[in-house]
Design a protein around this ligand. Structure first.
Ligand code: SAH
Ligand code: SF4
Ligand code: F3S
Length: 466
């Protein structure tokens, strides 16, 4: 896939923020102005938005939730499925409308969609009111682009042979839980997936830099960190340091932060050593997101997933056996091109066997530039929707069944905040990543407390402090 405005990528070791900060002392151009930041997509984007927010705040902007109040709108986009495209362009329509009466409004769009050549062309040809287009590899250039904005469209997107960034500063969403990016990009090239094109090939951060970040977060009082990557189990494979995810996981655990999580795990790179470590360290949480994608060997092969249904099940059962009380969730795609009824039944069979704690289910969406998008598909959308429906009924039943087992148990829950629905309640997560609404006042926020589980639904539990 060709990228717009291809530029030589650089390895960045300097701290971009420090340089920007110095410039800003002179500028402070946007003091008192407001930003509206909207994030689509996965945790990676959520974390990138924490970097974007830091830059906006350094420029002097303050946040607003009201679009009409904003002096700058930044959209951090996702390209994983087609509907993301429609959402973003729908939203841009609103910005265009506002800009008619407020021409000084800056509209900036970044994230995975910006890395798609067709999107950049669409913006260039049809959306001249978009001022700034930046990519996933050059978020650190956003402040400069904002400072230099003269309302002539500036499209500045790197190719996917991107950088490894260090010493990034974030304006984090939470003071209790934090994301720690351990790698950029993905090398797996599953045939349906756009991520390797929008995020580039896999580049792992050096282990000492990651551990330094975790140490700092511990000192700042964070209770939980999540090691973040598209395929965390492949961490280190691109480095010459002879480190892998097991090493990183163990070194992270030794730092002694109360809770460690990681997403996402690819079954192909999951080793026995990793399973043993998760079982051994009480501060590595017994929760694994293990995408299945399909239960049919034919489809798995066409997807380029590198495992068979049998290999997946062997890994799954090993995880269940070795890690006490572990919860496993998954991602499943239905309606991959030419998926037969039998292929779909194979997926249902695996779902029946694994009885997942939860599953994110999707209808396959062809993404331009990926190998799967070139396959001629004989299955109708209606058929795919029916399959999705059937699968959802099944996975929700198992979620509920699993959740019901928690009733009358006492679980350690990290309390994250006040419940939005009920002011007399707070919410948090069990070690196994179950959402719990707890009857308590907000003095427990930020603490890990024992909670007696009193009721269970498909997507959450209720409890009282024990
Ligand atoms: N790196 C992760 C997930 C990345 S995207 C992994 O490999 O597991 C999150 C999920 O979106 C995927 O697991 C997959 O189920 C879904 N997905 C990715 N591409 C898709 C597509 N073209 N159509 C439908 N779902 C897709
Ligand atoms: Fe996409 Fe596959 Fe990489 Fe996940 S592992 S990001 S599904 S290419
Ligand atoms: Fe979407 Fe990009 Fe994440 S495509 S799912 S935001 S890596």
């Amino acid at each position: 896939m060709n990228m717009p405005n291809m530029q030589e990528a650089k390895i960045r070791t300097k701290n971009p923020v420090k340089h920007i900060e110095q410039d800003l002392k002179l500028e402070e151009k946007f003091k008192g102005k407001k930003y509206f930041l909207r994030t689509y997509g996965c945790q990676m984007n959520v974390h990138d938005s924490e970097e974007i927010r830091r830059y906006l705040e350094l420029l002097g902007f303050e946040g607003t939730e009201v679009l009409e109040e904003a002096d700058i709108v930044v959209l951090n986009t996702c390209a994983i499925r087609e509907n993301a495209h429609d959402k973003v362009f729908g939203f841009l329509g609103r910005c265009k409308h506002i800009k008619r009466d407020k021409p000084e409004l800056i509209v900036a769009i970044g994230g995975c969609m910006s890395q798609e050549e067709s999107v950049a062309n669409e913006i260039k040809n049809k959306h001249p009111y978009v001022d700034i287009v930046f990519g996933t590899h050059n978020i650190n250039e956003l402040p400069k682009m904002i400072l230099e904005c003269n309302h002539k469209q500036n499209i500045n997107v790197y190719s996917y042979e991107g950088n490894v960034y260090e010493n990034i500063e974030y304006s984090r969403d939470s003071k209790i839980t934090a994301w720690v990016n351990i790698m950029y990009g993905c090398d797996k090239f599953c045939t349906y997936c756009i991520v390797p094109y929008t995020r580039g090939k896999q580049r792992s951060r050096k282990i000492d830099k990651i551990l330094e970040e975790v140490q700092t977060l511990k000192e700042e009082g964070y209770q939980e960190i999540t090691l973040l990557g598209q395929n965390v189990n492949a961490y280190g494979k691109d480095l010459e340091d002879n480190v892998d995810f097991a090493t990183l996981l163990e070194e992270t655990a030794k730092i002694g932060i109360p809770r460690i999580r990681f997403v996402t795990s690819h079954p192909w790179d999951f080793t026995d050593e990793m399973i043993d470590l998760i079982a051994k360290y009480p501060n590595i949480m017994p929760y694994i997101h293990l995408p299945l994608q399909s239960g049919s060997n034919n489809i798995l092969k066409l997807m380029g997933r590198r495992y068979t249904k049998e290999e997946y099940l062997e890994l799954f059962h090993k995880i269940k056996e070795k890690i006490p009380n572990v919860a496993v969730t998954t991602d499943i795609i239905v309606g991959f091109p030419n998926e037969s009824e039998q292929d779909f039944l194979d997926t249902l069979e695996v779902a029946n066997e694994c009885k997942y704690d939860g599953a994110f289910t999707f209808i396959y969406s062809p993404r331009e530039g990926t190998p799967a998008s070139k396959i001629k598909d004989s299955v109708s959308l209606k058929e795919k929707e029916e399959r999705l429906q059937k699968l959802n009924v099944l996975v929700n039943e198992y979620s509920l069944e699993n959740n019901k087992k928690y009733i009358n148990r006492v679980e350690n829950v990290l309390i994250l905040g006040e419940s939005e629905k009920d002011k007399n309640k707070v919410y948090g997560y069990t070690e196994t990543m179950k959402l719990v609404n707890v009857k308590a006042d907000n003095s427990v926020i930020g603490k890990i407390v024992p909670v007696l589980i009193t009721d269970a639904k498909s997507f959450s539990l209720d409890g009282i402090i024990n």
